[in-house]
Design a protein around this ligand. Structure first.
Ligand code: TYD
Length: 197
């Protein structure tokens, strides 16, 4: 399946700076009058709110149910956010996509590759580019500790190490790796060079 022009995805460990990068890029594009929009997964719709309950530890889900729930929310994300914006010719910047499910939900029951395959089977469109903010698990954890929020379930060193390794197994060829230790301004400038507008 071909990559989708105008569709850009941001991936990385919690604390790697994805959200800052997507926001900065959106500002940069809009300051140049380029039509652009950003979204995140999990979504803000019902299916995403349900996932936030799982992430905060309020509810438990089996590995299989977790994958199903993230795929269901992705379907909503595509139908309600991503596809309508792409058809309006906007550049879509998406904070987390199928590579997150592959990396985060992988484990004893399902490999990262198997999970990625489940996404591909659903015919979820492939982005033009995946930007991967590369940050070592130890560094991610120390950044998360200074954040003023309660920890999500994946914010432990063993979970982050598993996720880091899983990303390495599944990131596609069209991935641009960015060093998350650079300044936010430099990271945004580097990423902007790869966006076709
Ligand atoms: P994110 O919004 O990046 O974190 P926060 O808003 O807390 O800074 O992501 C929320 C969490 O969801 C993050 O720990 C990764 C997890 N996640 C999965 O486990 N699987 C997925 O498919 C997605 C999209 C996110």
């Amino acid at each position: 399946m071909a990559n989708t022009p105008g569709f850009y995805v941001f991936e990385g460990l919690d604390g790697s700076g994805k959200s800052t990068l997507t926001r900065r890029l959106l500002d940069l594009l809009q300051s140049k009058d380029v039509p652009a929009i950003c979204f995140a997964e999990p979504t803000r719709y019902e299916s995403g709110i349900y996932l936030r309950k799982f992430l905060s530890g309020e509810i438990e889900l089996s590995p299989e149910k977790q994958i199903e729930a993230f795929l269901a929310d992705r379907e909503v994300s595509l139908q309600r956010n991503i596809l309508p914006s792409l058809s309006e010719k906007k550049i879509v910047l998406l904070d987390r996509y199928m590579y997150s499910t592959a990396a985060y939900q992988s484990g004893e029951n399902f490999s990262a590759r198997e999970i990625l395959e489940k996404n591909i089977e659903r015919k979820f469109p492939k982005p033009e580019i995946v930007f991967y903010l590369d940050l070592k698990p130890e560094e991610a954890l120390s950044r998360l500790k200074v954040r003023d929020t309660t920890a999500d379930r994946f914010e432990t060193i063993s979970a982050l190490q598993k996720i880091y390794k899983a990303y390495e197994e599944i990131l596609p060829k069209n991935t641009i790796r960015l060093d998350a230790n650079l300044s936010p301004e430099s990271i945004a400038e580097l990423a902007l060079n790869h966006i076709d507008y």
